[in-house]
Ligand binder design. Structure first.
Ligand code: ARG
Length: 273
């Protein structure tokens, strides 16, 4: 089975907490999240998304607090899915649950080598204008991933080297938008990757955000039907998005920021062509 109209996978934050530190955002936040606020914020995001797409849920799992970040369940293209192979031991227990979910929901789960870390749609983002798959590596996904994805999915990839540990997944600093537009934080990438982005995306379609906006996780946005849902963004950035025809919508996600995630991390688009 494949879904006919846009469908988004989310996972309720029933067992969400900061229980370990695997990125700089989690430091100092051990057991510091509020359950009630996390649920309220997640519900607000879910309700917003449900205005544009069908939301389907993956069951939450005790002792796997980060499973709420379904962007890392895997990568989907058509009816094929690659299940994430997590770099950190703390998240590896999620893999069988994600595999079961994709299989039960009719996806063909592709083989992936045991020893190549790949964190799914956290690090692999489809361009919304061209047939390119942008792939981040350096912190979580291995440098071998872009070439491997090209082979396995038959889709041209553009490898991007991440260099700032605060932006450890590609979706924390890079957000392809409809029509080939792009919102991104240039300093999160090495010089070669910055040049590649500049070659592949026309200047009038590129929004380079500053550090203050990047730290609000503005690039970790969900774009649906012209709306761009994000934790927070400056007036200036909101204006830039509006000028390109998008409508920014702010949904505070402070509790998930403590784990190093925001809107996009909490979702996985299940219809990718
Ligand atoms: N605590 C999680 C981790 O470090 C956050 C994952 C955020 N997900 C994302 N797609 N950026 O793995």
């Amino acid at each position: 089975m494949t879904f006919s109209s846009q469908t988004i996978l989310m996972c309720p934050p029933d067992h969400f907490e900061v229980a370990y530190v695997i990125n700089p955002w989690m430091e100092g936040h051990f057991a510091r999240t509020s359950d009630a606020l996390a649920h309220a914020q997640w519900d607000a995001l879910r309700n917003a998304i449900a205005q544009h797409a069908t939301v389907v849920l993956e069951p939450p799992q005790r002792a796997l607090p980060d499973i709420v970040f379904t962007a890392n369940a895997g990568l989907v293209l058509g009816n094929k899915a690659i299940v994430s192979r997590f770099r950190s031991i703390e998240r590896r227990g999620e893999e069988p649950h994600h595999r079961a979910w994709f299989t039960e929901n009719g996806f063909e789960v592709l083989d992936w080598p045991e020893d190549v870390p790949f964190e799914g749609a956290g690090d692999a983002l489809f361009d919304r204008g061209d047939d390119i798959l942008w792939v981040g590596h350096g912190f979580r996904s291995s440098a071998a991933v872009p070439e491997l994805l090209e082979k396995v999915l038959g889709r041209k990839t553009a490898p991007l080297d991440l260099v700032d540990p605060r932006f450890y997944h590609l979706d924390t600093c890079f957000c392809p938008l409809a029509g080939g537009a792009l919102m991104y934080y240039p300093a999160a990438f090495d010089a070669k990757s910055q040049s590649l982005i500049e070659v592949l995306v026309q200047p009038d379609k590129r929004i380079a955000v500053d550090e203050a906006d990047a730290l609000k996780f503005c690039c970790n946005a969900v774009d649906l039907e012209g709306f761009v849902y994000m934790n927070d963004a400056s007036e200036r950035l909101q204006g830039q998005l509006r000028r390109l025809g998008f409508t920014p919508v702010l949904i505070p996600l402070s509790e998930f920021m403590k784990a190093g995630g925001a809107a996009k991390c909490l979702t996985l688009k299940l219809v990718e062509g």
